[in-house]
Design a protein around this ligand. Structure first.
Ligand code: HEM
Ligand code: HEM
Length: 237
């Protein structure tokens, strides 16, 4: 076995890994600033915009990114999903090898991304009934804004549940199936012994990655530029 093979095969590119760990950081900051109260609301908004930017980047990367990051590469139909689950837990036949996300992991990734997107989008309309409103609060009726604020609270509970399931799954893969998924999300490589031979990733596509980041940042900027002018209650003066 060559040195390269021992070190593992590159699967997760630098941009995807950065995306993942920045998302974790961003959600931690969003949670912390939400809990700390109204004095930290401005920072809550900033971290929320970052989460939104990260999600837009991931959408672009799912379409134009490296092979294992692309949605079409890891989103499989119910047939694949059940065959994978059956093989995974029966131990009679080994499950098919998926270098990137397996069929369950792929849908879990989509669920997490959708949940974070919904959390950030509802935040844009939210109202804390004290001082701050999201930038699109004025674009909808008070009633709808109230409902979206409720959703913003409730979705977060759902997101927390999903993250806990995510972490439990990672522990099950580590101790049940001896797959070190977290290490792979850190250095980008997966062991060949466990995964067989498959096509490596190739060089980091710097230009494509930086373009996707620029496009995501520009989209958030435009979204904020297009937001309606805030209307302040006289009460605050
Ligand atoms: C994905 C990122 C986000 C997360 C995880 C998040 C999480 C939360 C949580 C947990 C609360 C409830 C705090 C409490 O218990 O009082 C909250 C409140 C709030 N968030 Fe976010 N949020 C995010 C993004 C945003 C964005 C982008 C905005 C607007 C720009 C926003 C605006 C607000 C406002 C105005 C409140 C106060 C609502 C109230 O007092 O009822 N959030 N957020
Ligand atoms: C706020 C908390 C977290 C969120 C929202 C989150 C979200 C995600 C998402 C969306 C993916 C899919 C990656 C992609 O294709 O875009 C993913 C994958 C992954 N996450 Fe997390 N994550 C969180 C915390 C963590 C933590 C704390 C760890 C490690 C201890 C972790 C380890 C992983 C691993 C190993 C994968 C790859 C799974 C696979 O190989 O299929 N995540 N996560």
């Amino acid at each position: 076995m060559t040195e390269g093979a021992k070190a593992g095969v590159p699967v997760w590119d630098l941009f995807l890994r950065l995306f993942h760990w920045l998302l974790v950081l961003c959600l931690g900051v969003s949670w912390g600033t939400a809990e700390l109260g109204v004095e930290y609301r401005e920072y809550h908004f900033y971290s929320g915009y970052c989460a939104l930017g990260l999600i837009i980047f991931r959408l672009l990367w799912g379409l134009f990114g490296t092979p294992y990051a692309r949605f079409l590469n890891f989103l499989r139909g119910p047939g694949h999903l059940f065959a994978y689950l059956q093989a995974r837990f029966s131990r009679a036949t080994p499950p098919e090898i998926y270098p990137g996300h397996n069929p369950v992991g792929g849908w879990a990734a989509i669920a997490l991304l959708a949940m974070v997107a919904a959390q950030a989008i509802t935040g844009l309309f939210a109202d804390d009934d004290i001082l701050y409103t999201g930038p699109y609060n004025e674009a909808v009726s008070d009633q709808l804004a109230g409902e979206l604020t409720q959703w913003h609270h409730q979705l977060f509970d759902g997101l927390l549940v999903l993250v806990v399931v995510h972490l439990i799954a990672i522990v099950v893969y580590r101790f049940g199936f001896n797959e070190r998924l977290t290490a792979a999300m850190l250095h980008g490589r997966k062991g060949l012994a466990a995964f067989g031979a498959f096509a490596p990733l190739g060089k980091t596509p710097w230009l494509r990655g930086l373009l996707a980041i620029a496009l995501a940042a520009a989209s958030v900027w435009l979204l904020l530029e297009l937001a309606p002018e805030p209307v302040y209650d006289e009460y605050y003066y």
